[in-house]
Design a protein around this ligand. Structure first.
Ligand SMILES: [Zn+2]
Length: 446
């Protein structure tokens, strides 16, 4: 039995803030939560504000190597994608492992206890399977273990270059399994294990035809696994989809049986009113990635309308232009202010719920709330930095959402095990140095 004593704690959606909270842990789960008590002997004191673990629901770990190398360029999503493909072409399992381990360790330092890796770099650069066809996925699993974070490996089906049916070419050939049955067979060989869940991904309606989407959806349903897909990040995708099928991407995905409460649509930026209703009515979650969407000039999605329609919102750092879930959370509100010239679309506690409980739900983890029976993932933010000094119990959640940064995270506990203490990663050592080595080893300037 471990015991953690939080000076202040936000217990989760609808539960609010409490002072002097004792969290008792048995194994990897919370056994008891007691408010308003002094720390018993042996309890580890957590100064500041403790919240449930943050969930980074959409990640492409290798994009971390693009940070600062693509931001200055002119162009749009499509020209950025060419730079991203040049990087994808040089990754092998060993380099991928080192880069992902360091990237996940950066996430741990930022308070992320579970990451959803949207994984489609399956095969070698010529498109040939490795001796173990899941060698790249296994590299990600090992990387998450080194970093001490939970991983939902969203094994993603990627079959064609576009809605015109053209085959994969160039850097894309390593993404493809040939057809959805071959994808299902390869992904089916990956087993859940402690700290790892295997989920399904449809790259997009561009990359997966409706029949294949249905195969992936059935595979996910059969395993009770989450299902994620990129949806309407770009207007060009909508236009191509309408031209080829007469339907929007959301309507096409619905017709293939892809939408539903275990499904998360990533981005959902350019939607019609009918698309919003469609996602909401099916209980499909939406993962917003605002720092990436702003970096790639994607646009601002209808977050308020989606939440009103019934879609749970969660968050991802996606391309890792920054890794900071507090920045993602406030951006949902602040970007919508810019788009609407109005303030106050989302309550701070709702944004924190998106960063925690909703993200954990989207990734298939029984975490995100400080309550008995839940996984014991605890993140503590110090309140004495220049950014947060002056914070009191009455405004702690507001300050956290609108002013905290990843650098304010002092302690991270994953499944009852402390991974970050006093801002230092206990398993990965010097994470900055590890990132530097992993990125230098790629030998490319995208
Ligand atoms: Zn993505």
């Amino acid at each position: 039995m471990g015991a953690w004593h939080a000076e202040l704690a936000w217990l989760g959606p609808g539960r609010g803030l409490a002072e002097r909270v004792l969290v008792e842990v048995e194994g990897e789960r919370i056994a008891a939560v007691t408010e308003g008590v002094d720390p018993p002997a042996g309890a580890t004191r957590l100064a500041g504000l403790t919240i449930p673990g943050l969930a980074n629901a959409h990640s492409h770990a290798f994009h971390r190597a693009l940070r600062g190398r693509t931001q200055r360029a002119r162009g749009d999503f499509w020209s950025w994608r060419e730079q991203m493909y040049r990087l994808a072409a040089v990754l092998d399992p060993d380099r991928y492992l080192e880069l992902a381990a360091a990237t996940y360790a950066e996430m741990a330092l930022a308070g992320v206890t579970a990451v959803g890796e949207f994984h489609y770099l399956h095969h070698d650069p010529a498109g040939r399977p490795y001796a173990d066809p899941n060698r790249m996925g296994e590299a990600l699993i090992e990387a998450a273990g080194r970093a001490g974070v939970r991983l939902t490996l969203i094994d993603t089906c990627y079959l064609r270059a576009g809605l015109d049916g053209q085959g994969l070419a160039g850097a894309q050939v390593r993404f493809g399994d040939g057809d959805a049955d071959a994808w299902a067979e390869r992904a089916g060989a990956l087993a859940d294990r402690p700290g790892v869940r295997v989920a399904a991904g449809v790259h997009s309606v561009r990359a997966v035809d409706p029949e294949a989407m249905a195969t992936v959806a059935a595979w996910a349903a059969g395993r009770g696994a989450p299902l994620h897909l990129h949806l309407s990040e770009q207007r060009a995708e909508n236009e191509a989809c309408l031209a080829a099928t007469g339907r929007t991407p959301a309507a096409l995905a619905e017709s293939a049986g892809v939408l539903g409460p275990r499904t998360t649509a990533v981005h959902a930026t350019h939607l019609t009113g009918e698309d919003v209703a469609r996602l909401g009515a099916t209980g499909t979650g939406v993962c917003l990635c605002p720092t990436t969407e702003r970096d790639l000039a994607d646009g601002v999605g209808p977050a308020r309308a989606l939440a009103d329609a019934g879609s749970p919102l969660c968050l991802g750092s996606d391309s890792h232009a920054v890794v900071d879930l507090f920045e993602e959370a406030r951006a949902v509100e602040l970007d919508e202010r810019l788009a609407t010239e109005r303030r106050g679309h989302h309550q701070p506690a709702d944004l924190l719920a998106a960063a925690t409980a909703a993200g954990m739900d989207a990734l298939g983890w029984d975490a995100g709330r400080l309550a008995p029976g839940r996984l014991a993932d605890l993140v503590t933010v110090g309140l004495t930095s220049v950014r947060l000094a002056g914070t009191g119990p009455a405004d702690a959640v507001d300050q956290l959402v609108f002013a905290a940064t990843a650098a304010d995270v002092t302690s991270v506990v994953v499944g009852g095990r402390q991974v970050v203490q006093d801002g230092h990663h206990l398993l990965a050592g010097d994470v900055g140095a590890a990132l530097g080595r992993a990125i230098a080893a790629l030998g490319v300037t995208p």
